[in-house]
Ligand binder design. Structure first.
Ligand code: SF4
Length: 125
């Protein structure tokens, strides 16, 4: 069970195995990545930085995000690296820090009900 001081909930990572990747799918959003993270993911995929950016990155103001794809089952969108068959992240070892930190996002401190819709692994303290 993971806990981070300042957050009023705990997180059981084992629940990820049965969840089906709800935090990687759904409505459109942003999966922010830093230039350094982009570099690491590109290396992980044996791609050069420029080709990787052209294929998988969109600019959002002064930031960068992984692109999304339409889900094959018509149920909204998914991160481009979400594998719909296995329900897993294809770049898990190099996933962006935004994904590593989930569900410990500041927005969820105030809105636990909203978080529960996305994550079955959280328990209010
Ligand atoms: S990078 Fe991986 S963990 Fe992050 S949203 Fe995409 S599929 Fe999910």
């Amino acid at each position: 069970m993971l806990e981070i001081s300042g957050f009023n909930f705990t997180f059981d990572e084992k629940k990820c195995l049965e969840c089906g990747g709800k935090c990687c799918i759904g409505e459109r959003g942003y999966i922010f990545v830093t230039p350094n993270e982009i570099k690491q993911i590109a290396e992980f995929m044996n791609m050069d930085f420029e080709s990787f950016c052209l294929r998988f990155i969109k600019k959002v103001g002064y930031r960068y995000s992984l692109i999304e794809k339409k889900m094959q089952n018509g149920m909204g969108y998914a991160c481009v690296f979400f594998d719909e068959k296995t329900k897993q992240c294809k770049i898990y070892q190099k996933r962006p820090s935004q994904c590593v930190r989930f569900p410990f996002w500041e927005d969820y401190e105030e809105d636990f009900k909203d978080l529960l819709k996305e994550c079955i692994g959280v328990v209010k303290k």
